[in-house]
Design a protein around this ligand. Structure first.
Ligand code: ADP
Length: 366
């Protein structure tokens, strides 16, 4: 158990203020340090890791605003109480934008100081509790993913294997209604396993970018050409023509080629799947102000305006979706992958006319 109620650092060039704070706060059982300028204040922040910092705005040398910016770089969640005086109102407003937590006007009374510090400590405790809860939640989610993927998938897989053996007739002859029932069981089992895989994907992708390694050199034209080749047969079957319009000499970017391929597969697959017969899909790449733009436009069923904002949500399917087997996880995962590359993905669409999905990837990556 801590012997004191909290750790406080006061950064101010005026001895009177430092002495007054020390006197008042020591009596209240706070551990207190003082610093007479910004440099010393930053040094003591790193060394003592205070819960709260009382910071004067007007100091010789590094001013309060600069100190605050640096404090936030050291610890974004540090609680700061700004000491303002006459003539520092404008700077005080700027400190609010930088995330200052509270203000004390010179000359403040001991009671005002005690109150501001007490409130600051409460805020720190709440943000610590939230952080701990977040960590706990993350651990629970990771455990849940592990349980789902191992503890549930393994026995289901074993059941399916056994069923396949029975269905193949290797365990004895089966026929008629029994065979039909077993085949139905097998189909439901496959559906269940796919559902579990989708849930594991969504949970894995939902809260972490750890899954993307952004270190490979990626030639986007080449990658997209390979994806297009994968879909030629499917497009032909649906009588959809594929038009490729690629800008030559696209810069190479750095990224995770397998994950980016997953995104383009999803977008092209959707483009063909939701296109009309005899429709077309246009695949474009071009360079644009620090970005590479990749777009997939189809001439298909389109997406109703009111549903556009929901399209990248997990498990979303448009209301007139004819195929009820669809899972609605592809676009959700695609968005997460593109964001993990510091890029963006957007959609524009007109019902019955078609949709365009546009991906922007920054070139600085390269
Ligand atoms: P899935 O295709 O597996 O359902 P997605 O996440 O890729 O999952 O897409 C989510 C939903 O968005 C689809 O079910 C469909 O309703 C709609 N959608 C996606 N792409 C298109 C498109 N090109 N045209 C029309 N609707 C689309």
């Amino acid at each position: 158990m801590q012997k004191y109620k909290g750790k406080i650092l006061v950064i101010d060039d005026e001895d009177v203020i430092l002495d007054a704070c020390k006197l008042v706060l020591k009596k209240e059982k706070y551990k207190i340090w003082t610093a007479k300028d910004g440099e010393k204040g930053l040094f003591k922040t790193k060394k003592f890791k205070p819960d709260i910092i009382l910071l004067d705005l007007k100091m010789p040398g590094m001013n309060g605003i600069e100190v605050l910016k640096k404090l936030k770089e050291i610890d974004e969640k540090i609680v700061t109480i700004i000491i303002t005086g006459y003539g520092t109102v404008n700077s005080a407003i700027e400190t609010m934008k930088l995330g200052a937590d509270d203000f004390l006007r010179k000359l403040f009374t001991p009671e005002q100081l005690r109150y501001a510090v007490r409130k600051g400590i409460e805020k720190k405790e709440i943000s610590l509790k939230t952080l701990n809860l977040q960590k706990e939640q993350e651990i629970m989610r990771d455990n849940f993913i592990k349980i789902v993927s191992h503890e549930m998938k393994t026995p289901l897989f074993a059941i399916q294997q056994n069923l396949e053996v029975i269905l193949s007739g290797m365990a004895g002859k089966i026929e008629g209604d029994v065979k039909k029932i077993l085949e139905r069981i097998n189909m439901r089992l496959k559906g269940l396993m796919e559902l579990i895989n989708d849930w594991v994907d969504v949970l894995t992708y939902a809260n972490s970018y750890k899954f993307v390694k952004k270190s490979e050199k990626v030639n986007l034209n080449e990658l997209i050409n390979n994806v297009v080749d994968l879909f030629r047969k499917k497009a032909e079957e649906k009588k959809v023509t594929l038009h490729i319009n690629m800008s030559q000499n696209l810069p190479i970017i750095k990224g995770d080629s397998a994950k980016l391929e997953e995104v383009f597969i999803n977008l092209l697959d959707n483009g063909i799947k939701y296109d009309k017969e005899n429709g077309k899909v246009i695949i474009k790449t071009k360079q644009e102000k620090g970005y590479i733009l990749i777009s997939f436009s189809d001439t298909g069923i389109g997406i109703p305006k009111e549903e556009l904002p929901l399209i990248f949500n997990e498990f979303f399917r448009i209301s007139k979706e004819p195929n009820s087997n669809k899972k609605g996880v592809g676009l959700f995962i695609s968005k997460r992958i593109i964001e993990a590359h510091s890029g963006s993905i957007e959609v524009s669409s007109k019902p019955d006319k078609g949709s365009t999905f546009t991906v922007l990837l920054p070139i600085e990556n390269g």
